[in-house]
Write a protein that binds this ligand. Structure first.
Ligand SMILES: *Cc1c(COP(=O)(O)O)cnc(C)c1O
Length: 368
């Protein structure tokens, strides 16, 4: 697994340009979508990113050790930690209900402190975020916010990856009306795809994640992002088959004509999802050079089998690399074959071999 840190930096610059003069934060949750927070977050900071968003207290503490100066926001505030934890590590918790707002107010009174906090409101995606009836109570009686030191008011779009979805305008409308009346220093609505919905969605800072890591924030249009991830496997063996025979667990694939099958040392333990196993309707594609080679049979833990009959023999020998995610086939394309989204592909990778470019510094290597 090669992770191109220059591509990360380039993607951040594209997003920042898109924000037309507004700030652009970065969502670095789940260990930077599985790709490695310790390596990636400093690259973003060097590009001028000041606001970093994680889901949980633990991620915030880990990031604080990497970036002593950054503004670190934790989406799930008091659900995952006590107020003192956030103060101690200088993290900004997201308050997701009136009850959490009250709890924080009491903490501030008791300790006579005013550590900054964010208020999340749900504007149409009831996952986290203060619900509309509680938001209405706050708007009716602003004293419910006490004298909180409010940094950001945040909401999250449910359908930003579909530019024509009516939910986008509905959420924008609601957020616009409410954020004005909540006296936070700044407001933030847009994830990666939200940034591409236009400047109405930008507010004071963006919170892109996926696009930084190379996923396409504008599905059905060419991707404005550079590819960050390359996943290669090594050919372990080539088998020539001249009589019909089955391939892999469950004998789900049968060769029908003479050809060659390559066994490659990558499997679901590396995040090459088992749902990429071949079936009668579809075969996932790998590439040798620019020749597409289909996965045949089931994906096993450490290995897959590819039909390489079309590749000239001299380009396809034991020890040679195969691209599983690469220039001809990005994580979004692989995700489609697996019946999932690029986000799940990315966060599944990186379990074993990871190297970072430039530098080819090998940071993690477990082979057995
Ligand atoms: C994950 C997340 C983001 C980033 O979303 P992407 O689609 O990866 O850009 C932003 N805000 C919240 C609240 C999130 O949970």
């Amino acid at each position: 697994l090669l992770i191109d840190l220059n591509a990360v930096a380039a993607n951040y610059r594209v997003l920042k340009d898109q924000m037309s003069g507004k700030a652009c934060g970065a969502c670095v949750k789940a260990n930077c979508y599985g790709l490695g927070m310790e390596e990636i977050a400093p690259v973003l900071a060097r590009e001028g990113c000041e606001d970093f968003f994680v889901s949980f207290l633990e991620g915030g503490i880990k990031l604080r050790a990497v970036l002593p100066e950054a503004c670190i926001h934790v989406f799930t505030g008091l659900a995952g930690g006590k107020p003192q934890d956030f103060v101690e590590h200088n993290l900004i918790p997201g308050l997701n209900s009136l009850a959490e707002i009250n709890a924080w107010s009491q903490f501030c009174h008791k300790t006579n402190t005013s550590h900054p906090v964010n208020v999340h409101i749900h504007s149409g995606m009831p996952r986290t975020g203060t619900p509309p009836d509680e938001v209405k109570a706050i708007l009716d009686d602003p004293s419910l916010l006490g004298d909180l030191n409010l940094e950001l008011v945040i909401s999250h779009l449910a359908c930003a990856d579909d530019a024509n979805h009516p939910m986008n305008a509905e959420q924008l409308n609601y957020f616009n009306g409410t954020q004005r009346k909540i006296a936070a220093k700044r407001a933030s609505l847009a994830n990666s795809s939200g940034i591409f919905l236009g400047s109405d969605y930008h507010f004071d800072t963006g919170r892109p994640g996926a696009a930084i890591y190379g996923l396409n924030p504008t599905p059905n249009k060419p991707s404005p992002m550079a590819q960050v991830v390359r996943l290669q496997g090594k050919i372990l063996q080539i088998r020539c088959v001249d009589t019909p025979q089955s391939v892999g667990y469950g004998a789900t694939h049968r060769t029908s004509e003479p050809g060659r099958i390559a066994t490659v040392g990558v499997g679901y333990a590396d995040g090459y999802l088992r749902s990429l196993s071949s079936n009668t309707n579809r075969k996932a594609m790998a590439h040798i050079g620019d020749v597409p080679v289909p996965v045949v049979g089931r994906v096993s833990m450490d290995m897959i089998t590819l039909d390489v009959s079309r590749v000239p023999e001299h380009q396809c020998r034991p020890g040679m690399p195969v691209d599983l995610i690469g220039p001809h086939h990005d994580a979004d394309a692989l995700a489609q074959e697996a019946g999932t989204i690029g986000y799940e592909i990315k966060t599944s990778l990186g379990g074993r071999h990871t190297a970072y470019l430039p530098g080819r510094k090998r940071l993690k290597e477990e082979t057995s």
